[in-house]
Design a protein around this ligand. Sequence first.
Ligand SMILES: Cc1cc2nc3c(=O)[nH]c(=O)nc-3n(C[C@H](O)[C@H](O)[C@H](O)COP(=O)(O)OP(=O)(O)OC[C@H]3O[C@@H](n4cnc5c(N)ncnc54)[C@H](O)[C@@H]3O)c2cc1C
Length: 350
Amino acid sequence: MEKNVKYLIIGQGLVGTWLGYFLQQRNISFAIVNDSSTASATKVASGVMNPVTGRRMVQTWMIEEVLPFAVSSYESFQEKTNTKIINAAPVVLIHPSQQMKDSFEYRMDHDNVYLKNNNPLTWDSFFNMHFGTGEIESCYWIDLIAFLEAGKKQFAENYIESNFDYNHLKLVDKGIDWNNISAEKIIFCDGVNTMMNPYFKTLPFAPNKGEALIVEIKGLPSKHIYKNNLAIIPWKENLFWVGSSFEWDYTSTIPTDAFKQKTIESLNALLKIPYKIVDHFVGIRPANTERRPFVGLHPSYPQIGICNGMGTKGCSLAPYFTHELIEHIENNAPLHVEANVQRFKHLMSV
Ligand SMILES: Cc1cc2nc3c(=O)[nH]c(=O)nc-3n(C[C@H](O)[C@H](O)[C@H](O)COP(=O)(O)OP(=O)(O)OC[C@H]3O[C@@H](n4cnc5c(N)ncnc54)[C@H](O)[C@@H]3O)c2cc1C
């Protein structure tokens, strides 16, 4: 059956779901092609939005604009789809060393509005704490599995379960044709697979491997996120996502015994209560050397667009930048210079 839409979206991960959602809210026609058998970073991510990053505990890039927008977008998505998606959950920092404690205290005294003190006694029955605790406010975890499922349901009439094959893409005057679909724009939201895309493969992608365990920890309160050398994040009832590794140079994309053993050692040192490992998985983050997203239209083919490169911050960046891309295409609004894919025009010229 032939289909004529304004936008064809490739991929229904975090990015494709937000793009589809905002188009739907504006009554703009779209179709979304997704192959659920291909790898998806969103399906294995822990879903944390945290305004503070790194060992130096600095504020995350653009957080003051991006976080409030993300929170209100997840809340509105949650209300529209009648599905619990977003959970406020302060991060309890269990300082792993004196140096990290000092770094936290320094930042708390120097202009980091998200950091505050925390009473270690609250956590004494759960954790071994040698260097005290701290807290990060305005943190959230997103139930990404529920988010993807609710998105798929919400787009039931627009969703096509299929593998997108670049060989069948035809560029036509003012648009594209793919199989029986005609569209004015095609937007690639296919995560790390964009690295094989003939139009965007020259972008400086730097995919990053992350492994995580799903661990049953009965009795551990699930209204917080815990961070030591590991992050322990609520997942489902009594289950926690524990991880993760962060590897730029990897030789395989399968779970490794080395990660599992190292995580078990860390859990043994940290937890005072029993736990049981129930799963172990891997995902590849669609990251890049600049740690900034790729958003916008191809410099030579304006009917082809991209929204990608969200790296480790997809949950907070995806709502903001998919919305910005739609504003750019529909209303000529400027894209943020650090995110605009046209900064790599020289790499993409054909
Ligand atoms: C272990 C791990 C932990 C993470 N933790 C966090 C976190 O706590 N907070 C945070 O903000 N971010 C986190 N991230 C990063 C986050 O997951 C990503 O930034 C985000 O999920 C990227 O979304 P995406 O839509 O670009 O890609 P993806 O989620 O990979 O989506 C791409 C979609 O395209 C589909 N697709 C691909 N190729 C094709 C094709 N040819 N045809 C049809 N469909 C196709 C795939 O099936 C998939 O559905 C984590 C990532 C990993 C790996």
